[in-house]
Design a binder for this molecule. Structure first.
Ligand SMILES: C[S@@+](CC[C@H](N)C(=O)[O-])C[C@H]1O[C@@H](n2cnc3c(N)ncnc32)[C@H](O)[C@@H]1O
Ligand code: SF4
Length: 372
């Protein structure tokens, strides 16, 4: 077991674009935390070794430092957490203060992922964020002052309120802060998100693919100029500073996810908790659905996950771990894509360049096992 993911399903309010599972109220927090403790206790067998812990959401930074301390104690009780484990907490700027950040640091949280989204007020307003651009900058300064060096921020591009110049200035502000990690996402219109409905009803500015492509080009170019490694479609880092937790997902390393909507993977089967905090509490965290992956499904997963990263598909690994029928199939099906310039190959690695990476999902589909 490499990692533990804890889903905290609460937010102060729901951002218009967001498709993650969370409820905009803290009413159920105490009961939820009890169910979470129950789930961890029930699902954990022998003391497995853990190298990463990730508090995601929702808004984990809505928990008090005391509540996070209790959760960490439980995890340390049931697992053998390595001394240099990466412990990340997703933080929403509107919940951060210098005292809170110092408290987190003292608890041993050693990586922060802050949902900045943009350093410009017109973008933040469009995204219905609760913080403004001044606070966005302020909380990064506070995080550094509290002793955090492993800080990542989230930015969203392809916004109709922005343009090439404003997006470049957003990136300039990020580079000026000398932070080791950036997650930059193209704005996606999620089926049930409020913003999607508002756009459909003509009440919010529409989103264009051209804007997203333009911003992605700027992002890739500027990241390279500033020495950042583009290691996954949406993730960039200074050398050696990739998210160990997320990299484990892409490498197919087992992980346990706790909390509503959290996913788990044990090497051959996937499990996912139902996305309902009420059901979660009523069942004491015993509400998971499970699927055992066939060899062909494991091949598809490997292709899909690895093509999203700069590590790419390792044909030698595939042959060794999955068998020659898969590596031969993959290599054969890769040839037309390579000839069309949609996929690249260096020795035994099949990978996507910056330009090709945006189309990773479609390209992966063409390499998937047939007739499933
Ligand atoms: C769980 S949230 C982050 C933590 C915290 N709740 C916050 O918003 O600050 C994960 C990130 O996914 C990104 N995200 C969520 N929905 C998105 C969408 N529809 N399009 C693009 N990015 C999205 C945002 O950048 C967001 O910060
Ligand atoms: S983006 Fe973050 S704060 Fe906004 S609704 Fe989603 S999880 Fe909550």
């Amino acid at each position: 077991m490499a990692g533990i993911y804890i889903h905290i399903p609460f937010c102060n309010s729901k951002c218009g674009y967001c498709g993650f599972y969370s409820v905009p109220s803290l009413k159920l927090k105490e009961r939820f935390l009890e169910a979470l403790k129950e789930e961890i206790a029930k699902r954990t067998e022998n003391k497995q070794t853990i190298e990463t812990i990730y508090f995601g959401g929702g808004t984990p930074s809505l928990l008090s430092t005391e509540e996070i301390k209790t959760l960490l104690h439980i995890i340390y009780n049931y697992y053998n957490v390595t001394p240099n484990a990466e412990i990340t907490l997703e933080a929403n700027p509107d919940t951060l203060s210098p005292e809170y950040l110092e408290g987190l640091r003292h608890l041993g949280i050693n990586r922060l992922s802050i949902g900045i989204q943009s350093f410009f007020d017109n973008d933040l307003k469009y995204l219905s964020r609760r913080h403004d651009s001044t606070h966005a900058r302020q909380c990064i300064t506070w995080a550094k002052q509290a002793g955090f060096s492993n800080i990542s921020i989230d930015l969203i591009y392809g916004l109709p309120t922005s343009n090439a110049d404003q997006w470049s200035r957003n990136l300039d502000l990020f580079f000026g802060m000398n932070l080791p990690h950036l997650s930059a996402y193209a704005l996606t219109l999620e089926p049930n998100a409020i913003l999607t409905k508002q756009i459909e009803q003509g009440k919010a500015m529409p989103v264009s693919d051209e804007d997203a492509l333009r911003d992605y080009d700027i992002l890739c170019r500027r990241a390279k100029e500033n020495g950042l490694l583009h290691y996954e479609i949406s993730n960039f880092c200074q050398p050696g500073m990739h998210s160990k937790h997320n990299a484990a997902y892409w490498f197919g390393t087992p992980y346990a996810g706790f909390g509503p909507s959290a996913h788990s993977y044990d090497g051959t089967s996937r499990q996912w908790n139902i996305a309902s905090v009420e059901t979660y509490m009523d069942t004491g965290g015993q509400n998971a659905e499970r699927e055992t992956l066939s060899e062909e499904q494991q091949y598809d997963e490997y292709v899909m996950l690895r093509l999203r990263t700069h590590w790419g598909i390792d044909l030698k690994y595939m042959k060794r771990e999955m068998g020659e029928r898969f590596s031969t199939y993959c290599e054969q099906h890769a040839q037309p894509l390579i000839a069309q310039g949609r996929l690249s190959q260096t020795r035994e690695f099949l990978y996507l360049t910056d330009e090709q990476m945006l189309f990773a999902d479609g390209i992966a589909e063409e390499l998937f096992w047939e007739n499933l």
